[in-house]
Each structure stands twice: as C-alpha cells, then as structure tokens.
Design a protein around this ligand. Structure first.
Ligand code: VGL
Ligand code: ZN
Length: 205
C-alpha cells in the first residue's frame, strides 16, 4: 500500500469474539486475515471500545430495559447493549491472536459515561472528536481502509466518518463480521454507499 494509506483495525476485543459479552458470530475468524493485511500498511491504528462500568449504552443502567432495545438520549436514539468492554477488564483487551507489532496508535473510545462512540473519529453526539482525524492528517494519510468488528456498527460508523473528514474510505468486507440486529447490516451498507464508502474483498486489494 502507498504511504498515504492507513489501516484501521476496529475493536478486535475479547468481548466481541466468541465467548465474550457481546460476541459477534465468528468474530475471531477475521484475525488471521487482519494480521496479514496489516503487514501491507505502514500506518496502522487499532481501536478499542472502552467504557466505564456505568456507561449509558449498557441496558443494565436503565431500569426495566433489556439489551438490544433502544432508548432516546439527548444526542439521539441509542441501542442498549449487554455490559461490554469495561475499561481495563479482560473483555476489553485486544484478542491475544491479534499480531500487529508495528501499529503505532491505539484509540480508545466510548469512555464518556454519557455518550457512546461507535466511530473511531467522532462520539455519538457527532461533535466530540477522538483526534484520529488529526493524527491521520498530520501523517499525510488520505486513504483509510477499515477492518474488524462489527461491520454494521463500529466499522460502518468509522468508515462514514472517515469520509466526513475528507479521507477516501474502503471497508475490506471479508476482514469484518457483523452483529446484524434488526436489519442493521443491510441498512449500514446502504448508508455507506450513500456516503461514498467503497466495499471490497481482500483479494481485490
Ligand atoms: C460495538 C456495539 C456496542 C462495535 C461497540 O464495536 O461494533 N457495537 N459497542
Ligand atoms: Zn460499546
């Protein structure tokens, strides 16, 4: 890959892998491919979903609510999730088979108790930046490639926001797995197409 390309490795954490608190089906199956792809990029950024134990996205924080329902919050509609990726717990750790020693930056997101953050660039209030846009820009990055978990949430929102900040964005589909809650995967792909995100297979890179 050109030096203007970066790979974003989204949320390959224990809680999103089989046996985890918010397991994505076959989530761990993407790891060997991600390890291979990462070797083609000089710039790799890893993200971690990283919530306080009382995070607003946890169903357990809302009396009478169960996981996968949604509620209205000041910044919009929020899906409620099982308690997951609590900061500094084993569930929040990167999967042990992820092997990207040259990744120079790790972005942790979702740490504000009141605001979720699917995207690696912007929190769910659509205002608060993580700083990733500046990190990439100051390294001369113009093209962002996204892999990881989950296709229809954190990968999709990150790719959409990459476009918002003026990067080209490509999702490498076979290096991602989806949650697919109530048609969320199909909905994500149509929003992504609207946003000008490219969808490709790793074999086509
Ligand atoms: C994610 C739901 C809640 C993700 C994170 O990484 O896609 N999904 N938190
Ligand atoms: Zn989360």
């Amino acid at each position: 890959m050109k030096n203007t390309a970066a790979l974003l490795v989204i949320d390959v954490q224990n809680d999103f892998c089989p046996g985890g608190a918010l397991a994505v089906e076959h989530g761990d199956a993407v790891i060997p491919l991600i390890n291979i792809l990462a070797r083609r990029f000089a710039t790799v950024v890893i993200t971690q979903d990283w919530h306080p134990a009382n995070h607003v996205s946890f169903a357990a924080q809302h009396e009478g609510k169960t996981a996968f329902e949604s509620i209205a919050l000041p910044y919009g509609e929020q899906t409620l999730w099982p308690t997951h990726c609590v900061m500094a717990t084993p569930g929040a750790a990167l999967h042990k088979n992820l092997d990207i020693p040259h990744a120079a930056a790790i972005i942790r997101k979702g740490s504000n108790p009141q605001i979720d953050s699917y995207s690696a660039f912007l929190e769910a209030d659509r205002e608060t930046k993580t700083g990733l846009d500046g990190y990439l820009s100051s390294r001369g990055i113009t093209n962002v490639f996204c892999v990881g978990l989950a296709t229809d949430y954190c990968v999709a929102w990150s790719a959409e926001d990459a476009r918002k900040f003026g990067f080209s964005a490509t999702i490498i589909e076979d290096a991602c797995r989806a949650i697919d809650l109530n048609g969320s995967l199909a909905a994500a792909w149509s929003r992504l197409a609207q946003a000008g995100v490219t969808r490709t297979a790793s074999t086509g890179l």
